[in-house]
Design a protein around this ligand. Structure first.
Ligand code: BES
Ligand code: MN
Ligand code: ZN
Length: 463
């Protein structure tokens, strides 16, 4: 059911979004019965609160929503989306039309998202946002649908989303947009010289694979998205303790983001040649699992000493990045739930990112604030390269110190990239621990919209 409608004329309940300091003057302008109601329930105008006000007949007349005046304009526009879950079913419109309604519409839709395939459906009617002519409701809906697609993939437990299930989801997406699709599965990974994807994934009952699809005009600038697709991360032989393993169905969150962003690029028909690579594996435990101390040969030819089988993501990404780098994309971006260290540094809501190009990084940071999909840049800090030194191989995949875990992981990945003109890496959490406006609790395709909007700005406006 759609929760957006574009129609100026339709009868709808007005929403007054205001800051606390504007409340007294609105109160004075209300009809006497509404004012008496607000006073009798002793409404306190605190940010995030709303009040349903009755008219003379007692029916709902208008809604008051209190905003945080300390927040930026995009944050406030986004926060209004929370009303999608707060209001009773009905049609609503915002009183002031000068606000960023496109952002509010997107937040409204993503706020209303629920993951319920495992529960009896409630089929509750929704609160519908009526938009004035001129707001691109279709775009908001398509972007929100892409986010919901990514969230569904993350929220789906590993017993229903194996590397095979991830392949099916990617295949369906590619087919919806007439993209050309290929996979390399199981031992074929060895023949195709993708040995680290094979090594990490071979202990699982479901074969490891590389998902690879391409879309768009071959002559257009090449943009490649790579997503970590670990459908479950036990840690491997370096097994994770129970609490750390509990949420590891989300370890394909990078793949979900890459697929959600790809969906946006394709649905908005951006003038790029898009390639999406997802190494999909389960980091499982069995007699044929890879081990600490093993030395793996990588696609790029570098030998890699394994220090800890729980640092699996960077291994599968390294082979995928090396492959992607061979066709020298204009822009190559990877997304991965790569390190606990990134979350320690920046918390669950602010993904870390790394970029080889300062202008690109500045653009990403600025856009993140503007569209409320924020990120924070960390450095590819070259002096820490020595933390990846190995005594037996060309490189170790983990640091020999407890420091800078997200930075050293990023440095490891960068070793496998040479030809891409711009390379960026996002270290994600892919999960919203407790609900916020527009962000229900659970899986989140963090930065999908951000990277889509960045690509759109770079390539639509130039081309
Ligand atoms: N998937 C995890 C990282 C992770 C954990 C992301 C929790 C988000 C939340 C990754 O595969 C991992 O286990 N990384 C290790 C690396 C370490 C062994 C060098 C980590 O961060 O502890
Ligand atoms: Mn791991
Ligand atoms: Zn992992």
């Amino acid at each position: 059911m759609s929760t957006l409608i574009v129609d100026d004329a339709r009868a709808s309940t007005p929403i007054h979004a205001l800051s606390a300091s504007d409340w007294p003057s609105l109160l004075q302008r209300l009809a006497p019965s509404a004012r008496r109601f607000a006073e009798s329930v002793q409404f306190e105008p605190k940010p995030g609160r709303h009040l349903l006000l009755p008219g003379e007949t007692g029916a709902l007349e208008c809604v008051v929503f209190v905003e945080d005046s300390g927040k930026s304009a995009p944050e406030r526009a986004f926060a209004r989306g929370a009303l999608a879950s707060l209001l009773p079913p009905g049609d609503y419109r915002f009183e002031r039309a000068e606000d960023d309604l496109a952002l509010t519409a997107f937040a409204w839709l993503t706020d209303a998202y629920r993951f319920e395939p495992y529960r009896a459906k409630e089929n509750k009617p929704a609160a519908v946002l009526v938009l004035p002519e001129g707001v691109d409701a279709g775009r908001a809906e398509r972007l929100a649908r892409a986010i919901a697609f990514g969230r569904d993939l993350i929220n789906t437990p590993a017993n229903d989303l194996s590397p095979d299930g991830l392949e099916t989801a990617a295949r369906e997406l590619a087919s919806d947009f007439d993209a050309s699709f290929a996979t390399t599965v199981g031992d074929a990974l060895l023949a195709a010289n993708l040995p680290m994807i094979h090594a990490v994934g071979r202990a699982s009952a479901t074969a490891p694979r590389l998902i690879d699809f391409s879309w768009g005009d071959r002559a257009a600038p090449k943009v490649t998205l790579v997503g970590k697709g670990v459908t479950f991360d036990t840690g491997g032989l370096n097994i994770k303790p129970d609490a750390a393993m509990l949420l590891m169905k989300k370890d394909m969150g990078g793949a979900a983001t890459a697929l959600a962003a790809a969906r946006m690029v394709m649905s908005e028909n951006l003038p790029v040649r898009l390639r999406v690579l997802v190494p999909a594996v389960e980091n499982a435990i069995s007699g044929c699992a890879f081990r600490p101390g093993d030395v793996l040969r990588s696609r790029k030819g570098l030998s890699v000493e394994i220090g800890n089988t729980d640092a699996e993501g960077r291994l599968i990404l390294a082979d995928a990045l090396a492959l992607a780098d061979e066709d020298a994309p204009e822009l190559m971006v990877d997304f991965a739930t790569l390190t606990g260290a990134a979350r320690v540094a920046l918390g669950p809501d602010l993904p870390a990112f790394y970029a080889t190009d300062d202008a690109f990084a500045a653009e990403v940071m600025e856009l993140g604030v503007r569209i409320n999909d924020p990120v924070w840049r960390l450095p590819f800090w070259a002096p820490y390269e020595e933390m990846l030194a190995s005594r037996v191989a060309d490189v170790s995949h983990i640091s020999n110190t407890p420091f800078a875990g997200s930075v050293t992981a990023a440095l490891f990945l960068k070793r496998f990239v040479e030809k891409a003109r711009i390379y960026a890496h996002f270290d994600l959490f892919a999960w919203t621990p407790s609900a916020r406006p527009g962000r229900p609790q659970g899986g989140e395709a963090q930065v999908a919209r951000l990277i889509f909007e960045t690509i759109e700005r770079r390539f639509r406006e130039a081309g």
